[in-house]
Design a protein around this ligand. Structure first.
Ligand code: SAH
Length: 366
């Protein structure tokens, strides 16, 4: 006789907010303080075994381990740039999707860049992630576990900042992105507070408004790349749906309520957005709200052999970028000129995509 194993599909605990844990423990007739205890074990002490939660009764630990998994991701591989010490991680979700995260050490801070989706639906012409298409939204647990797993390689507190600038559009995965921010916002959570977290968006105006309404004071970066609607639409199709004008209005409100400066990101594309009229338009736009400009050299997609516009795009020259930044500074605009970090390991902005030949792995499925 064949005995069918009664395999219960386990749910995953990681990703539940403190509020959701309270609801759960209430539901199973456990005191509310169990929520704080379990929350602290998961997000504060980063444990991945119910057995270690030694302030919970044994029976409860057994019950939880029967019902739940804790961790969501597993490490596939990591690679470190010998020159900049930028480290790229490839993680795998339970269903076998691969995502990437990057740790970027700088003089005064170390920043973790997390993904929010597997792939991305936006199809920005300059971005490698767009070329792979969209597969799925990550859960809040999967967003948090990128921090958990990468921080193992660093000292406690060494990762000082988190940017939601990896694969995907965070505001198109609104619910789980906000839940992950709520988790980081709790004092019981280890490491990084919301003041040191930046969510980057290509501009989903109604969702920027919704993020504003959550009252979470996370910093916001806006991928601008051109101040002209038609040019912006040609490199970022999402601009057809939510215009720059519409986005600027909600960004102003966001800056006002949170008292933060909006970071405008600007990838330098030769002859597309590096002209004198772009400087004029940028200075005008940025004077309408507290803001700073993050100028990023374009990291080529040529290694991916893309056809069409993506293959034709080129970065502005070094001299041109310097000229552009100097002119804006003359107009009292705060400009940060980012050096490309990690392009030798394809971990730079817009180069995150899986699978790709640039990051070969034994038995890779590409
Ligand atoms: N979807 C979000 C977050 C991911 S992109 C957003 O659009 O903001 C993170 C940043 O990398 C964005 O500013 C994006 O415009 C930039 N980027 C994308 N491709 C790039 C490339 N090839 N070279 C340099 N920066 C790039």
């Amino acid at each position: 006789m064949v005995v069918k194993e009664n395999k219960q599909i386990k749910k995953t605990l990681k990703g539940l907010t403190l509020e959701e844990l309270r609801e759960y423990f209430l539901y199973i007739d456990e005191p509310a303080f169990r929520a704080e205890q379990v929350f602290k074990w998961m997000y504060g002490d980063l444990v991945d075994d119910f057995g270690e939660m030694n302030n919970l009764p044994k029976s409860l630990r057994q019950r939880l381990s029967k019902e739940f998994n804790i961790d969501t991701l597993s490490l596939v591989t990591s690679k470190i740039s010998t020159s900049t010490k930028t480290k790229k991680y490839i993680f795998e979700t339970a269903e076998g999707n691969k995502i990437e995260s990057v740790v970027i050490p700088e003089r005064k801070r170390t920043t973790l860049c997390v993904s929010t989706q597997v792939g991305c639906p936006l199809d920005c012409k300059f971005c490698a992630t767009g070329l792979m298409g969209y597969k799925k939204n990550l859960t809040a647990g999967e967003i948090f576990d990128q921090f958990k797993l990468s921080s193992k390689d660093y000292k406690d507190g060494e990762i000082t900042n988190i940017v939601y600038m990896g694969m995907g559009e965070p505001l198109l995965n609104f619910k789980e992105t906000v839940k992950s921010l709520e988790i980081f916002a709790e004092e019981l959570t280890t490491g990084v507070s919301l003041k040191k977290i930046t969510v980057s968006t290509a501009g989903i105006a109604p969702k920027i408004k919704e993020l504003d309404e959550t009252g979470l004071n996370v910093k916001l970066a806006f991928s601008l790349h051109s101040c002209f609607e038609d040019i912006r639409s040609s490199i970022m199709p999402i601009n057809e749906k939510y215009s720059l004008k519409e986005n600027i209005e909600v960004l102003k409100d966001y800056a006002k309520r949170t008292g933060t400066r909006i970071t405008f990101e600007y990838v330098m594309l030769k002859d597309i957005n590096d002209r004198s009229e772009d400087i004029k338009a940028l200075a005008k736009l940025m004077s309408t709200m507290p803001s700073k400009l993050n100028i990023i050299p374009f990291n080529s997609l040529k290694h991916m052999n893309p056809s069409g516009l993506a293959g034709e795009l080129e970065s502005s020259s070094r001299d041109k970028i310097q000229w552009f930044a100097d002119k804006l500074r003359e107009k009292n605009i705060t400009v940060m000129l980012r050096n490309t970090q990690g392009d030798d390991i394809a971990a730079a902005c817009g180069q995150l995509a899986y699978p790709k030949t640039h990051f070969p792995r034994k038995g890779a499925d590409n």
